[in-house]
Design a protein around this ligand. Structure first.
Ligand SMILES: Nc1ncnc2c1ncn2[C@@H]1O[C@H](C[S@+](CC[C@H]([NH3+])C(=O)[O-])CC(=O)[O-])[C@@H](O)[C@H]1O
Ligand SMILES: O=C(O)C(=O)Cc1ccccc1
Length: 246
């Protein structure tokens, strides 16, 4: 696995963070060392797939990057007539993701599509995952996407939404950010790397608060909403669409 050293040297001008080929080459190392609980979340997406799978259904991974969640869903589907679709608007990510998907044998079809998640057609879904992707959309586009996810889900379908979050309380907000930086430091990132990456993300990643996420999911129509994971300022929610009446 290639080590992430993208922000190791001092940069005169720090450009906005982009998911280009330089990032693709180090992405598994970067996400592992930067996102607390990443592995737990990927594994739990698999467990949720095993529970919420429905036959003849689609499973979407929005902002699939290299396909970690796509693969985790595919590994856990036993129902027939299912298909897993990863979508990402980074050409470099989609190309690498597609070759990962082909490297593992499976009876469940899976593909990575190049596209903007705001435009992609979704329907007949048992499950939709947005694992740290919604935070990169312009805030004004988030409500509509969540409404479209709700519409795409079948009754009883599940949406897994993982996000970096902000706290309303500034004291605990600063505390959680400090704890996250401690986590990055413990994983070998220097002060310079932490601060340059922070600057690079400032204009492109705009986290909401947990209550904003919960309100948006409720407004879209989801019946059952819970935070199932949180470590520092990283969290993951499940939102379930009401099942068919018995
Ligand atoms: N509008 C958009 N349309 C499509 N893709 C987008 C868009 N905006 C950003 N992306 C894509 O969303 C991904 C976000 S990374 C997801 C990790 C993955 N889910 C994982 O479980 O490993 C999160 C992170 O690195 O913090 C990138 O690949 C972008 O190209
Ligand atoms: O690195 C960070 O500080 C993050 O917030 C997580 C992250 C991980 C990978 C790409 C972009 C952001």
């Amino acid at each position: 696995m290639n080590k992430d050293q993208i922000y190791a040297d001092p940069l005169g001008h720090i450009q906005d963070f982009r998911f280009d080929s330089t990032v693709v080459d180090v992405f598994p190392d970067m996400i592992q060392r930067s996102v607390p609980g990443y592995q737990t979340i990927i594994q739990t997406i698999g467990k949720l797939t095993a529970r919420y799978q429905q036959p003849d259904s689609r499973y979407y991974d929005l902002g699939c990057s290299l396909g970690a969640a796509t693969l985790s869903m595919r590994r856990n589907i036993r129902a027939s007539g299912c298909e897993v679709i990863g979508v990402d608007n980074s050409e470099a990510m989609v190309a690498r993701c597609q070759s990962h998907l082909q490297a593992f044998r499976s009876d469940v079809p899976a593909r990575a599509e190049l596209g903007d998640i705001r435009q992609v057609q979704m329907d007949n879904a048992a499950m939709v995952v947005s694992n740290f992707t919604l935070q990169f959309l312009p805030p004004e586009d988030r409500d509509l996407l969540v409404q479209r996810i709700y519409q795409a889900l079948k009754p009883g379908g599940i949406f897994v939404l993982s996000e970096k979050i902000v706290e309303a309380d500034t004291t605990t907000h600063d505390l959680l950010i400090d704890l996250h930086h401690d986590f990055k430091r413990a994983n070998g990132y220097s002060e310079l790397e932490i601060s340059q990456k922070r600057t690079a993300l400032e204009n492109v990643m705009r986290p909401d608060s947990k209550s904003q996420h919960q309100a948006r999911l409720e407004a879209a129509g989801f019946s059952h909403i819970s935070v199932w994971f949180q470590c520092f300022n990283f969290c993951s929610l499940v939102a379930i669409k009401q099942g068919a009446a018995a």
